[in-house]
Design a protein around this ligand. Sequence first.
Ligand code: DOR
Ligand code: ZN
Length: 479
Amino acid sequence: MKADLVIHGGTVVTDASAFPASVAVKDGRVLSVGAREAMPEAAETLDATGLHVLPGAIDVHVHFREPGYTHKEDFGTGTAAAAFGGVTTVFDMPNVIPPTGTAEALAMKHKLASEKAHVDYGLYGLLGEDTIAHVPDLVAGGVIGFKLYMGNTFGNTPSPSTGGMLEAFEVVAPTGKRVSLHAETASIMARREARLRAAGRKDPLAHLAARPAVVAVEAVARAAILSEWTGCRIHVLHISSAEELRPLREAKARGVDVTGETCPQYLLLGAEDYGRLGGVIRVNPPVREARNQAPLWAALMDGTIDMIATDHAPHIPDEKVRDDIFTVDCGFPGVETQMPLMLTEVAAGRMSISDYVGWTAVAPAKCWGLYPRKGVLQPGADADIAIVDLGHHWAIDDRKLQSRAKITPWHGRAVTGLPVHTLVRGRFVMKDRTLVESARGWGRSVHTIQEMPKPELRNPDSTMTAIVQKPDGASGVAA
Ligand code: DOR
Ligand code: ZN
């Protein structure tokens, strides 16, 4: 059998090892991985001598802003940034206009993404007090999972009450989908921010003061209780503090199906960077005191935190550079810089390249039912590949990023490691650091290949559906 492409001479990386091997690709899938002389003939070959061949990263947390905020980003620019960052699948968030909380809004987003995306994607549905009834339509319309905002952030998506959240979990649980949580408690933050503003605080560190770690501790603990009660799968987004690791660890120990991510900004930046960066560093949850970094790294190492995502949240310079920190839009681009930043830590010996692949490809694929179609380079898997130069020293330059929002906290940072080529389902989407323009629209929604294991429902007799469906109209819990 003739292959479409054979990649020779590189070092193939899995979450367990790194070994010299060639990779043959046919019809968008990996055909074989092995010795050069064992490879089939190929229509095209790529010399990857000196390079590492990784499963492309899966970033389960990006905001590509479409529709509604396309001056910040769209599916074309966002997925181009992903391609340059070695990221081959992204999960896009629903805080757009209109929010992705109805079948119509979801259909519109699918259309936009399918026309423009350079890489594969999943779309989150919005789970809020007002969208619980839409869950079946959103699942039928093709969501990868749901996003629930326990705390306010950009877009001011209202946070559901605890009662609304319980009902939302009851409704999502039987679908098997995972609910990704912005786990910061809104009422604590609103009260503290109002106090700080009334006191005249508008300096960058006032943002951190408004959102102390207890907002995350309380939210993670409460969400874990509701997940445990219902059997609804959850994912804790952007873990930022040492303190929230305790409720996360305890929930995992109790058998709650909860996963978690952290982001480069929480591993690499600290409170001392607020003075230097001003509004650019404003993000929710906030970058915290540097003492949090070591516990977050340790939690990745011991599996408490499952993966690395970016919370790619682009805003243009006008929206980031303002005197009053509370008027600065929250977040910054990250999908293009995650891999170089983290590979720099590999070069520094903080983790192995296999750890990195585990946290950025294998774990996200497994947690969302995409494994082994995605997240691994083995026969039968999608040929989603990041070919990287681990020894390349360079400096991040915001002006050269693909994102429409050319302002990040990483500008000028020295890094070691660069994605040189990126393939999605066997096709180059970025080659030799150049965007393959013709691959625009090549990206596909991955919900079609998602297979979540059967959910384990808890307390099904006490759900709102069970109660209101009693034939005699009697209310209350089953006898
Ligand atoms: O800082 C943030 N920005 N955090 C979020 O959770 C949302 C994001 C955005 O959409 O800008
Ligand atoms: Zn986010």
